[in-house]
Design a binder for this molecule. Structure first.
Ligand code: 5GP
Length: 359
C-alpha cells in the first residue's frame, strides 16, 4: 500500500448529497419511477435531466454561486427512503469500503480501497412527500450504524436558508437522537453562505452544544461574509470551522487562542474559486503556526476529488502541491484524527510547525 493509503485518516467534512458516486446517481436516474400506486415509470423532468448531464460531464463552476444550483437534480433522486438509503450506502462504501462482512474475518481484503479510516458524514434533513425530518435522519443513521462506532458517525447539517422554527425542530430531533443512543455526534451550519439571520439561530446551536454535540460552522467562506458575522459565530464556541477562508486578524487570533480545528477543503476552494492558487491558500497560515487542521473533501461528486487525492496535494511539489514531507503529512493526518467529534481525544497541536516551502 502507498504511504497515503496506509495513513490513518479522518474525513470530517463530507456532505452526503455532494458525495454520491456518479454511477449511483446514474443508476437512480435510470430506475426512476413515480412512487405512485400504479408504479408506472416516468421520464425525468427536463431540468433534472439537464442538472444530471452537468454532473456527469464534471460541472464547470464559475464561482461558489454556480455550485448550489447543482443540488436540485441530486435531491430529486434521493427523496424517498429507498433512494436515500441507496445513496447513503454508496457514499459510506466509497469512503470506508463495504460494510463489515464475514469475508473480512477470513482476512480477505475488501474489494474497494477505503479513502479513510473514520468518517463523520454530514447531511441536511429534508422533508419530502415520502420523508419527514425524523425519517430522513433515521434512514441515514441506519446505514451509518452498519459500521462500527470507530468508523462512522453523523453530523446533522442546518441550512442557513431554513426558518428558525425548522432549525429549532431539527436541533431538538438531533438531541433526542443522541439521547436515544443513536450515532449522531455533531451539528453543522451550511448552505448559501450569505442567507439567513444567524442571530436567530444562536440559541439553538447553544442548546446543541449544551447537549454535548460537537459544533462545526461554515464560516467566512466568501469574501462578502461580514467580519461581524464571523466574530458572532466564534462567540458560539464552535469546536471546528468549515473553510474559514476569509478570517480577519481578530478572528484568526480567537481561532488560534481557542485551538479551533479548521476543516480544509483544498480542491473545493480552488474549484469554487474562493481561493485562486494553493500558494495563496490559508492552509499555509495554519501549517506555519502548527494549528489543528483536518484535510477534507467537501463534495466528491461535483469536485471529482477523493481524500487520498487531497493528501496527495500536500505531498506534491509546488506549484502543483504544498511540498510537505511524509513526516509532516503524517502529523497533519494525526491532527485530523484528533479533531473527531466521535471518538477523538480533542484537538491539540503537537511538536513543531510544518515547514511550508515558499514557491
Ligand atoms: P446534504 O446536506 O443535502 O447531504 O448535502 C448537500 C448540501 O450541503 C448542499 O445543498 C449545501 O447546502 C451544503 N453544502 C455542500 N457543500 C457546501 C459548501 O462548500 N459550502 C456550504 N456553505 N454548503 C455546502
Amino acid at each position: 500500500r502507498s504511504f497515503i493509503e496506509s495513513l490513518p485518516k479522518a474525513e470530517l467534512h463530507a456532505h452526503l448529497n455532494g458525495s454520491i458516486p456518479i454511477e449511483t446517481l446514474q443508476e437512480l436516474a435510470k430506475e426512476y419511477t413515480i412512487d405512485s400506486d400504479d408504479g408506472m415509470s416516468s421520464t425525468l423532468p427536463p431540468d433534472i435531466q439537464t442538472g444530471l448531464a452537468r454532473l456527469q460531464s464534471g460541472p464547470t463552476l464559475y464561482d461558489i454561486n454556480s455550485f448550489f444550483p447543482l443540488f436540485p437534480a441530486i435531491y430529486f433522486l434521493t427523496s424517498t427512503p429507498r433512494t436515500l438509503a441507496r445513496a447513503t450506502h454508496a457514499v459510506l462504501d466509497s469512503f470506508l469500503g463495504p460494510t463489515p462482512s464475514p469475508s473480512e474475518s477470513t482476512g480477505q481484503l475488501p474489494p474497494s480501497s477505503p479513502q479513510c479510516t473514520y468518517l463523520e458524514l454530514r447531511t441536511t434533513p429534508r422533508a419530502t412527500t415520502a420523508l419527514t425530518f425524523a425519517s430522513y435522519l433515521d434512514v441515514v443513521l441506519a446505514e451509518i450504524e452498519l459500521y462500527p462506532p470507530e468508523k462512522a458517525a453523523l453530523i446533522v447539517s442546518i441550512d442557513r436558508r431554513m426558518t428558525v422554527d425548522v432549525v429549532k425542530e431539527i436541533v431538538k430531533l438531533t438531541i433526542d437522537l443522541k439521547e436515544q443512543g443513536r450515532r449522531v455526534v455533531g451539528v453543522d451550519l451550511c448552505g448559501d453562505p450569505l442567507a439567513g439571520n444567524m442571530h436567530e439561530f444562536a440559541p439553538h446551536f447553544k442548546r446543541a452544544k449544551e447537549a454535548g454535540l460537537g459544533i462545526t460552522l461554515h464560516i467566512a467562506e466568501t469574501v462578502t461574509n461580514p467580519a461581524s458575522e464571523t466574530l458572532h459565530f466564534l462567540s458560539w464556541s464552535p469546536d471546528r470551522l468549515g473553510h474559514a477562508t476569509f478570517l480577519n486578524e481578530d478572528a484568526k487570533a480567537i481561532v488560534m487562542r481557542d485551538n479551533i480545528c479548521v476543516e480544509i477543503c483544498l480542491t473545493s476552494n480552488l474549484l469554487c474559486k474562493t481561493v485562486s492558487t494553493l500558494e495563496e491558500h490559508h492552509i499555509r497560515h495554519y501549517l506555519r503556526n502548527n494549528h489543528t487542521i483536518a484535510i477534507c473533501t467537501d463534495d466528491t461528486l461535483p469536485f471529482r476529488n477523493s481524500l487520498p487525492g487531497e493528501y496527495a496535494l500536500l505531498l506534491a511539489t509546488p506549484p502543483l502541491g504544498l511540498g510537505l514531507s511524509e513526516a509532516e503529512v503524517e502529523r497533519v493526518a494525526k491532527m485530523g484524527m484528533s479533531a473527531r467529534f466521535g471518538c477523538g481525544s480533542g484537538p491539540g497541536p503537537s511538536d513543531d510547525a510544518v515547514t511550508v516551502p515558499d514557491t
